[in-house]
Unconditional design. Structure first.
Length: 108
């Protein structure tokens, strides 16, 4: 299977196989605290290990309840460190994604 990209990384080709597997046991905690009738603070963290060296993620956010939806903004950090030489055919040995985010939750 080949992955083709567009945009600033156009014309790059990455080959993958479908036989690669990575299993990790993960333990996490989450919490939500009401700051007022409209504002909530949220936190989430997890970590694990197994086939990879380790994986961890953390999230901190604030949410505001509007009449028909909830707006949320915060910061998220995700790190996945693979065992050297075992990671997706040696294409990827660690992955880090971090930064602010914003979103909306609609309930029907």
């Amino acid at each position: 299977m080949d992955l083709r990209t567009t945009g600033p990384f156009a014309n790059r080709k990455v080959g993958t196989t479908e036989s690669e597997h990575n299993w990790d046991g993960i333990v996490g905690v989450s919490g939500k605290m009401a700051l007022s009738d409209k504002w909530d603070a949220l936190a989430y963290a997890d970590g694990g290990t197994g086939d990879s060296d380790y994986t961890l993620q953390g999230l901190a956010a604030l949410s505001y309840k509007f009449d028909s939806f909830e707006g949320r903004f915060g910061y998220r950090y995700l790190k996945w460190e693979f065992d050297e030489g075992k990671a997706l055919g040696n294409l990827l040995e660690d992955l880090t994604i971090k930064g602010p985010y914003a979103g909306a939750i609609f309930k029907f």
